[in-house]
Design a protein around this ligand. Structure first.
Ligand code: SAM
Ligand code: DTB
Ligand code: SF4
Length: 346
């Protein structure tokens, strides 16, 4: 333990999280912005690009998701993309300024025969100087180890929502299943990208429950994507009452305070947000976005809009952090900047 570098807390209580949510808005933002500056340059925003490498046809019933086979959302199921096609998208993402490339598949969990194909994508993308991330559903221990061996930097797996609200949203798996996969990912030595979705009709108490669950994991996730539900016609959650935008900003600010060294990603839902709302999120400690005109199947702000917003706010893309490994793994931060993204945003 060091006086200048307090140990991260993993014992946040629900009441404490709720007390943060209830602070006067300017006070909450002040505290979050102060924590943000202890560990990051607030002008830098990490930029990831997403690609759906296998779309639709998913057997799960996540109430928010346009890719569940059982909902009629107009998303056509596709096969796993070829490595060549993925590499072309990765090249474009890098040229546009992304530092991390996240490959998503609409699977409950990958089949063992899928792993070598995904492993080859990971190897090739990494060889082109991008950080790699994948989100493929639940993983067994050996699958997590195989992905790590292929060079996967991050595994993305959200907690979705608070444990006590989970059964309202998803019936084909349990909250514990998510924890188990995250445990396999950590054991394999990969970094975790793990957040959740808000605006699904949950209460503030349940939003606090999601953040509490994230902040009391054995290691804080390295990246914490906070998604605002993108309502897709045909999914059970279409038509849910919109979350108050200030409550969304509060959620970002509380995430920043609870997990000071994590990248807090302003994730899905940006296309529907004003520039002013996004600016408030950055002021509240968000320091990562998905960049590129598409998320997985839904829209994202086009790159020109993001470039203009970054320029107006004086934000710059965060350089690739090839060795920023252990922010919550008992060591010190030693981010080694070895390459700058090609100029795009700024
Ligand atoms: N099938 C894998 C899984 O669920 O873990 C990986 C792909 S899944 C589409 C990736 C993430 O997208 C989900 O965990 C969820 O957080 C997010 N997501 C899906 N639909 C969304 C929506 N309509 N609004 C916001 N986030 C959404
Ligand atoms: C995350 O937390 N959100 C992203 C990414 N990680 C995989 C996905 C958002 C998907 C939004 C709905 C869609 O585009 O299909
Ligand atoms: Fe399938 Fe993932 Fe969508 Fe759930 S979120 S339906 S697991 S693709």
């Amino acid at each position: 333990m060091s006086a200048v570098r307090p140990v991260l807390r993993h014992d946040w209580r629900r009441e404490e999280v709720l007390e943060l949510f209830a602070l006067p808005f300017p006070e909450l933002l002040y505290r979050a912005a102060s924590v943000h500056r202890e560990h990051f340059d607030p002008a830098q925003v990490q930029v990831s690009t997403l690609l759906s490498v296998k779309t639709g046809g998913c057997p799960e019933d996540c109430g928010y998701c346009p890719q569940a086979a059982r909902y009629h959302t107009g998303v056509d199921a596709t096969k796993l993309m070829s490595t060549e096609a993925v590499l072309e998208k990765a090249r474009q993402a890098k040229a546009a300024g992304a530092s991390r490339f996240c490959m998503g598949a609409a699977w409950r969990s990958p089949k063992d025969r899928d792993i070598p194909k995904v492993a080859s994508m990971i190897q090739e993308v990494k060889a082109r100087g991008l950080e790699t991330c994948a989100t493929l559903g639940m993983l067994s221990d050996p699958q997590a180890q195989a992905l790590k061996a292929a060079g996967l930097d991050y595994y993305h797996h959200t907690l979705d929502t608070a444990p006590e609200f989970y059964g309202e949203i998803i019936h084909t798996r349990e909250f514990q299943d998510r924890l188990d996969t995250l445990s396999h990912v950590r054991d394999a030595g990969m970094k975790t990208c793990c957040g959740g979705i808000v605006g699904m009709g949950e209460s503030r108490e349940q939003r606090a429950g999601l953040l509490q669950a994230l902040a009391t994991l054995p290691a804080h996730p390295d990246s914490v994507p906070i998604n605002r539900l993108v309502q897709v016609e045909g999914t059970p959650l279409a038509g849910t009452a919109e979350l108050d935008p200030f409550e969304f900003v509060r959620t970002i600010a509380v995430a920043r305070i609870l997990m000071p060294k994590s990248m807090v990603r302003l994730s899905a839902g940006r296309e529907q947000m004003s520039d002013e709302l996004q600016a408030l999120c950055f002021a509240a400690g968000a320091n990562s976005i998905f960049y590129g005109e598409k998320l997985l199947t839904t829209g994202n702000p086009d790159t020109e809009r993001d470039m203009a917003l970054f320029a107006r706010l004086g934000l710059v893309p965060m350089p690739v952090q090839v060795d920023a490994a252990d922010h919550d793994h008992g060591g010190t931060i030693h981010a080694t900047i070895t390459s700058q993204p090609e100029p795009a945003i700024a």
